[in-house]
Design a protein around this ligand. Structure first.
Ligand code: 5GP
Length: 189
């Protein structure tokens, strides 16, 4: 997606360990207009697919997810990283975060992810695919249909896509980073 790629080139910053910082427009300060363009493009890519719910993981996935839910008039559910004391029946899985270098649990209420759902998962980044694998596990537990996954930015050199496609799940991303070696952002054109 051209506008996104140009923005990453202009305002993205590279950090040690293969981390891209885009917190000027994606996941800290956010550009709602760009987020709308991102959402419209993800919706276009999944236009021929039946979806009744958007799911994501807190916190950075919530912005594109709510925008897509708004545009499609569909409910949005985010997996929580802490179990609320009021949540009784839940699905739970473990995810390893490489940016934080630790494991965490993610939970979704059984009430909001059921066998009748056809869900599209959305997140800001696809890196090693650990969050995605956790969502695949939650969807299996729920018995719902995971129709696909959509990411704003994919870091191809961390191979998350392979993990997703190996599970038979469709994967779309709007900007593909080929490499962050020597702190130089190389984007697939
Ligand atoms: P994965 O689970 O695919 O290994 O990593 C995806 C998650 O880690 C995303 O939800 C995202 O929040 C975070 N993440 C992974 N790589 C980056 C990165 O380069 N920059 C930022 N800001 N977050 C990242």
């Amino acid at each position: 997606m051209r506008a996104l790629i140009e923005r990453i080139k202009r305002e993205g910053k590279c950090f040690e360990g293969g981390i891209l910082k885009v917190d000027k427009f994606i996941n800290h300060q956010m550009d709602p207009n760009l987020m709308k363009q991102i959402s419209v493009e993800l919706i276009r890519r999944y236009a021929s697919t039946e979806i009744n719910k958007i799911i994501t993981v807190e916190a950075s996935g919530i912005a594109p997810a709510i925008m897509m839910g708004f545009l499609l008039d569909l409910p949005v559910v985010f997996a929580k990283k802490k179990k609320p004391s009021t949540m009784e029946n839940m699905l739970s899985t473990t995810v390893f975060s490489f940016t934080k270098q630790r494991e965490y649990h993610v939970v979704i209420s059984k009430e909001y992810l059921t066998k009748d759902d056809k869900v599209l998962f959305v997140d800001d980044f696809l890196a090693y695919g650990n969050a995605a694998k956790g969502i695949i596990d939650l969807c299996r537990q729920a018995g719902c249909e995971l129709v696909g996954m959509g990411f704003i930015i994919e870091k191809a050199f961390q191979h998350g896509r392979e993990a997703i496609e190996k599970e038979g799940v469709r994967c779309e991303s709007l900007a593909i980073i080929e490499s962050l070696d020597n702190c130089e952002i190389k984007i697939r054109e």
